[in-house]
Design a protein around this ligand. Structure first.
Ligand code: FES
Length: 141
């Protein structure tokens, strides 16, 4: 009798713990989903577009979703075309971080590559990148 009571109690406590965990997980998901970072896209001619991009998207996706001219993204973000090439503003290069080797290889196909060149499909938007400035090259090829 006593054992059964204990068992039931533990089970309900376990379910409560699971419920709390799921709730916290959902809250984290929703918080992450709703967070936005302002990204400044500056066309080669100087025209600036400031866009709120959802955290978790890439800088390329933010541009495509908002029809920013100058980013083609022919491969859809697979790091296989180099038509999403951008220049990360000097003040942001450290926060954005360096390109990984596959991106480095693909950048060889981009037009007018510089020290601060990146493929925007490989830059994931986070809270830390709120205010990021990227300059767009004269052309993608
Ligand atoms: S979209 Fe093709 S490499 Fe970025």
């Amino acid at each position: 009798m006593g054992r059964r009571g204990e068992g039931s109690f533990e089970w309900s406590a376990y379910r409560t713990v699971l419920g709390d965990r799921d709730q916290k997980k959902n809250n984290r998901k929703n918080n992450q989903k709703n967070k936005m970072a302002k990204i400044h896209y500056i066309e080669h001619n100087g025209t600036e577009h400031t866009i709120d991009v959802e955290s978790g998207m890439t800088v390329m996706e933010g541009a495509i979703k908002n029809s920013i001219p100058g980013i083609d993204a022919d491969c859809g973000g697979a790091c296989a075309c180099a038509t999403c090439h951008v220049y990360v503003a000097e003040a942001w290069t450290e926060k954005v971080g360096p390109a990984e080797s596959m991106e480095e290889d693909m950048l060889d196909f981009a037009f007018d590559v510089r020290e601060n060149s990146r493929l925007s499909c490989q830059i994931k938007v986070t809270d830390e990148l709120d205010g990021l400035v990227v300059d767009l090259p004269e052309k993608q090829f």
